[in-house]
Design a protein around this ligand. Sequence first.
Ligand SMILES: [Zn+2]
Ligand SMILES: [Zn+2]
Length: 293
Amino acid sequence: MLPHTQNTYWHEFSEISRYNVQLNYFEKLWAAWYAFMGNDVLATGIMSFLMHETVYFGRSLPWMLVDRIPALNKYKIQSHKVPSAKEQWDCAKLVLLSHFTVELPQIWLFHPMAQYFGLATSVPFPSILTMAYQIAIFFVLEDTWHYWMHRALHWGPLYKNIHKIHHQYSAPFGLAAEYASPIEVMILGLGTIFAPILWCALTKNLHILTMYIWIVLRLCQAIDAHSGYDFPYSLHQFLPFWAGADHHDTHHEKFIGNYSSSFRWWDYALDTESGAEAAKRRREKKAARAKAA
Ligand SMILES: [Zn+2]
Ligand SMILES: [Zn+2]
């Protein structure tokens, strides 16, 4: 009889290390996980779901602490609306429910779908440059999907029946990023999932590690956009086309305009920017047109 250490994760790890000296440490850890599970769909499903939960709550928690530090209140966009502990707890409960009922199956289905289109799960990993340009493309595609779907969700019947839940908090906070109707989570989540699947189908060049990093960055983007805080060193101060919290907070406050997720260009080009500054620009443009006529 074989000693049962034969079936452990670390046994796989040492076997892989012995025969694949060219791999780096993370590649060995990765290959050992897939070898240990012996089922790629299960291996990806478990890893993605755990990663999603860790990042979602791991990234939201610091924002809850920030809410409790009075010195940071001057950076809060709607400074008089600090969420209570009860509000945050109620929010967390709905978010967890939708993670288990809607996102889990979506996450689970991703692997077989992407595999069908040629997704790679093997080692070595793609280069950082390859991952970076692909993720940049996913950000642009997702933002486009998000703009149009989110704008559609503000159409009367869809707003009343689906999107209203997400707007329960007129001053958002990190945890509220995925506080939404399960239907909305599914519709908007498609942008995050289908951008890489489309890319994979067209180019046959996508590694699942790129997908993981993309999901982590997209989650952080969504949580930070809902954080309610705008710091002097927030990303959009350096990248003017990056949306950030400032952009999305106004959407929650005014209930109209600023429909994009990551970038400002769709709202700018289609004149759906929200807030006092945008309204002022619109008035000025109108006045200039009237003058010219
Ligand atoms: Zn909205
Ligand atoms: Zn929102």
